[in-house]
Design a protein around this ligand. Structure first.
Ligand code: G3I
Length: 455
């Protein structure tokens, strides 16, 4: 086990540097060939990287030995977040005794694949060992700073962004800080102290505040906003804000999601979507994923997206099937929608949908003030009886006409999910098309056509 006690371990990179050096010497001697240095980021990761962003997944160490889990992770994602393995109870369950073994397995896997790593999380009221809660203020402050120092030293140079403080604000309308051992004994100042300590340990890591129910403008996000603004004004080192983005019918994607990301970005921090999952299925779920990805793409300081797991079967909300791959690692319509929104392609295959149909967009006419678009829907190797295709029209563009299809609009009025009017039944390999007219209202952005879903 990778047990380590405090007292100045140089961190993992020193060991890594030695092994790279050894490999380099062997390569120079013609004994082995070294892989190229380009990052391999996977299909979603590559598509996101082409847009200047990362696309990652939360990962559990104990699933890495499951072949389809690892191959899906490796083939698709460019970043990982340990789902539980870097939490306080996992790393320092008794005071001063650190166990990095499970977290190291994830970091080693990720780095072996050229993936980035998000660190989650240094200071959080949950998954906190009992010994921490029992400490009096002075001791608690020392324990918090020591925990940050030991963990960040161990991973120094290997973590792209750290969630330094997680979920420190209450839900509801109060905008107050959440009661926790840190808040109750150290007061509001514990957050800035954690960030200052973190910066001193690894100046190369981006330091994030991360929370949930802050995805739209509300009392909680306003309180976080005020804190970040204050930190920026006073020079407290904060680089990013994480928006967890756990969505379902009780907590849908807010209509002001993009605007909320933008207002934080305007404070001079990066924003990241850190724990995305959206309960649901089919084209509705796909449309919501499209909305989230497009929101990130529309905010230049939105640097990346992490989905909270690889497969529905291991999700913390598995009953809500909130992820991009089903329990058998099949791509869901949401997968195709994300890939399409990122501008990627699925190798000319099924568009990431059910495998039963594809959707291909062409602009057929353009003029000053608008354009016509056409989507060709093609059945795969079997006949289908109906299909649906989500089309996102970037604001402030408006659809003024649609033919050969019937639209269902999302609440925000930007995604129309098009279904057939008369042309649902297609033989294997046969195609049909629908078309639409868009008033551009000054925007020249192309619409985003998601994955075709058939039945
Ligand atoms: O691994 C043990 C297993 O050995 C034991 O038999 C079993 C019995 O309960 O528990 C297993 O541990 C569970 C662990 O997940 C791994 O599956 C814990 O009980 C369970 O509490 C833990 O839940 C995690 C949760 O955080 C804890 O708060 C979820 O996996 C994880 O997805 C979730 O992630 C959080 C983020 O860190 C912060 N934001 C919200 C998000 C969702 O709750």
């Amino acid at each position: 086990m990778a047990q380590k006690t405090p007292g100045g371990s140089p961190g993992r990179l020193t060991r890594r540097a030695l092994s790279v050096l050894t490999a380099g010497v062997l390569a120079a001697a013609g004994v082995v060939s070294l892989a190229g240095t380009a990052e391999a980021t996977g299909a979603l990761g590559d598509a996101a990287a082409a847009k200047g962003r990362y696309f990652g997944a939360a990962v559990a160490a104990n699933h890495l030995g499951e072949a389809p889990y690892a191959s899906t992770l490796n083939a698709q994602f460019g970043s990982v977040t340990p789902e539980n393995e870097m939490k306080w109870d996992a790393l320092e369950s008794s005071r001063g005794s650190f166990n990095f073994s499970a977290a190291d397995r994830i970091v080693d896997h990720a780095r072996g694949q050229g993936m980035k790593v998000r660190g989650h999380t240094l200071v959080w009221h949950s998954q906190l060992p009992g010994w921490v809660s029992g400490l009096a203020a002075t001791d608690l402050r020392a324990a918090m700073n020591n925990h940050i120092t030991q963990v960040m030293t161990h991973y120094k140079g290997e973590i792209d962004s750290w969630d330094v403080v997680n979920e420190a604000f209450q839900d509801g309308g109060s905008g107050a800080r959440r009661s926790s051992p840190f808040q109750d004994k150290l007061g509001n100042g514990f957050i800035e102290e954690a960030f200052r300590t973190a910066r001193a340990v690894d100046p190369g890591a981006k330091l994030c505040y991360n929370d949930y129910n802050t995805d739209g403008q509300n009392a909680k996000s306003n309180a976080v906003y005020a804190m970040v603004k204050d930190f920026k004004q006073r020079g407290v080192p904060i680089d990013c804000v994480g928006f967890q983005s756990h969505f379902n019918s009780n907590s849908p994607v807010p209509s002001d999601y993009r605007a909320n990301l933008q207002r934080f970005a305007d404070l001079g921090v990066d924003v990241q979507i850190t724990e995305l999952d959206i309960e649901g299925s089919g084209s509705a779920q796909a449309a919501d994923y499209t909305t989230v990805v497009n929101a990130c793409l529309a905010v230049s300081r939105c640097t990346g997206i992490t989905v909270w797991g690889v497969t529905d079967k291991y999700s913390w909300r598995s009953g809500g099937t909130p992820l991009l791959f089903d329990g058998d690692y099949n791509k869901k319509p949401a997968y195709g929608a994300v890939l399409a929104a990122l501008g990627g392609s699925d190798g000319g295959g099924d568009g990431g949908g059910t495998g039963a149909c594809t959707a291909t967009y062409t602009q057929t006419a353009t003029w000053n003030g608008g354009y016509n678009g056409q989507v060709t829907v093609k059945a795969g190797s079997a006949g289908i009886t109906t299909w649906s295709v989500p089309v996102t029209v970037p604001s402030p563009q408006k659809v003024s006409a649609l033919w050969n299809g019937a639209p269902a609009w999302d609440a925000g009025g930007t995604v129309m999910t098009v279904k057939p009017t008369y042309n649902g039944t297609l033989a294997a390999g046969a195609s049909t098309s629908f078309g639409f007219t868009v008033t551009s209202n000054g925007s020249t952005a192309a619409p985003v056509v998601g994955a075709c879903t058939a039945s």
